[in-house]
Design a protein around this ligand. Structure first.
Ligand SMILES: [Zn+2]
Length: 280
């Protein structure tokens, strides 16, 4: 019996192991309901969603759904690692009670990321935004990547997208939830390409301060609209999609976070819409 088979059979044993096992590279994010829990398998460093796991259906292929396209991940040791994590995960109700947004907001973690990126705290005017612990798989973005949103924002987004479609306006997601580490990676790549930090921070919020950490913010695009610009270009303001969002976004709880000359010091971002409904 190889290691994978051993781990699969072990996954059906009673949950007697203490929930102390940690993984360097993976975290399980609870979602779904207590009676039908689903766990999102997330890569810690990149914030990428790799797969969904369901304990009830682990014996069937449907129990593990790989959501990364062209991903050999399901055949790797990471699969075993995720199943081992699931084996020792506490019941979902305990997990969600223990994980509050406040617990997720680690100032120490943010300061470490800033130090790594040479970001002087005096440069950062925006308040810290906790990484949401309540995330739900929302489908695929316009690049075919899976995206996550807070369940409230996801419900509002689904309603808004359907209403827009009924009006003949096609909306797609470019980017949704982003972890602190993912945001740091975006900035690090630009620094490696030679961009100066002040210029980068006018475009990318410092890790820990992006609205995308909340799971409430969306970068939107309209790839099906004739003549649409590339994603995340200011010319998005001339699309029918932007006109529709400006007229109807607020009816669904979404508002433009960074208009021209915004007080946050960010560039004009006509594509960035944030759900401002109250999160429970
Ligand atoms: Zn954005």
């Amino acid at each position: 019996m190889n290691r994978k088979q051993t781990n699969r059979s072990a996954s059906h044993s009673p949950l007697t192991a203490p929930a102390t096992r940690m993984s360097e590279r993976l975290r399980l994010v609870p979602t779904g309901s207590v009676s039908d829990p689903v766990w999102l398998v997330q890569e810690k460093i990149s914030g990428y969603l790799l797969a969904t796991l369901s304990r009830q259906n682990l014996q069937s292929p449907a129990g593990l759904v790989c959501v990364q396209r062209h991903d050999p991940w399901v055949h790797s040791d990471a699969l075993n690692e995720a199943i081992e994590l699931l084996d020792v995960a506490p019941p979902l109700q305990h997990q969600t009670q223990a994980q509050t947004p406040e617990a997720a907001l680690s100032q120490k973690k943010v300061r470490h990321l800033w130090a790594d990126l040479d970001i002087d705290p005096a440069m950062v005017k925006a308040p810290l935004v906790p990484e949401s612990c309540r995330l739900q798989y929302g489908g695929s973005d316009c690049f075919g990547r899976p995206f996550l949103l807070h369940p409230l924002a996801l419900a509002a987004w689904n309603r808004m997208q359907q209403t827009a479609a009924a009006d003949g306006v096609s909306l797609s997601v470019v980017s949704a939830f982003r972890s602190f580490a993912y945001q740091a990676g975006l900035i690090q790549r630009k620094r490696c390409a030679g961009q100066g930090l002040p210029d980068i921070l006018r475009v990318n919020a410092a890790p820990g301060t992006s609205e995308h950490h909340s799971g409430m913010a969306l970068d939107l695009h309209c790839p099906d609209e004739p003549g649409a610009p590339a994603p995340l270009e200011e010319a998005f303001e001339h699309t029918r999609a932007f006109a529709w969002l400006s007229a109807h976004g607020s009816e669904h709880g979404f508002s433009l976070s960074y208009p021209r000359d915004n007080p946050h010091g960010m560039i004009y971002e006509p594509w960035h819409w944030c759900y401002k409904g109250s999160a429970d």
